[in-house]
Ligand binder design. Structure first.
Ligand code: GTP
Ligand code: MG
Length: 204
């Protein structure tokens, strides 16, 4: 798929104010600083679409971007931002969980994992929660440019093994680098396929 057009639509704290649910939507989540906003920009081929920062906690809202006037990419705040106050964390948690549970046109949630790290409790718990709430997700490993090929392969194999200790099967997994523009076509191909299968239901 070619990205002909990518533009910002709206930012929200409440899913109820997000755009009408008539187009397929793909959201990006994961720990703070994992590279969600960077990946959205790389996929959309637009460096200034989503706001990026070296410091965790940059994205604080539900941000909608429309691609080719046809489907949405959604940038979400990260979880596990250590410096956020308890109250702020609870607010983020509610904002994100309400969005994930209620958004009818959310076709797939991409859970981003830093390729350098082994499977962390916080990611495991989050994916468990997704399964319990029947929220479809895929996994994207980020920042693969920060590792040697051998180390990357080892981390991936360890991650999959640990996942399979608790899960019957693995979700779709992508390996990416926003800096090196790797793995982006695979994600776009996957989105294209899901877009074809998408039939909007506007009853709600
Ligand atoms: P929050 O919005 O704070 O939750 O963070 P985020 O997950 O959106 O991360 P963001 O895209 O802002 O990137 C965080 C940092 O990681 C920035 O300094 C990016 O330049 C860097 N980064 C993101 N993707 C990559 C990548 O593929 N390779 C490398 N080397 N750095 C990356
Ligand atoms: Mg961000």
């Amino acid at each position: 798929m070619n990205i002909k057009k990518a533009s910002f639509v709206i930012s929200n704290t409440n899913y109820k104010h997000c755009p009408i649910e008539d187009k397929a939507e793909y959201a990006f989540i994961g720990r703070s600083n994992v590279g969600k906003s960077s990946l959205i920009n790389s996929i959309a081929n637009n460096k200034s679409l989503a706001k990026i920062s070296g410091k965790p906690g940059k994205t604080q809202l539900i941000n909608h971007f429309i691609i080719n006037n046809n489907w949405y990419l959604v940038d979400l705040p990260g979880y596990g931002y250590a410096k956020a106050s308890k109250v702020l964390r609870a607010k983020f948690h509610k904002m994100i969980s309400d969005y994930l549970i209620n958004r009818q046109n959310l076709i797939c949630l991409f859970v981003l994992i830093d390729s350098r790290h082994e499977l962390q409790e916080i990611d495991k718990d989050f994916m468990q929660w997704l399964a319990e709430n029947k929220i479809a997700f895929s996994i994207i490993f980020t920042k693969s440019d920060k590792l040697s090929k051998t180390k990357l392969e080892k981390n991936l194999a360890d991650f999959k093994k640990k996942m399979l200790d608790e899960w019957e099967s693995l979700p779709e997994i992508f390996v990416t680098s926003s800096n090196k523009k790797q793995g982006l076509q695979e994600i776009l191909k996957y989105i294209s396929k899901l877009n074809l299968e998408y039939k909007p239901s506007l009853e709600s």
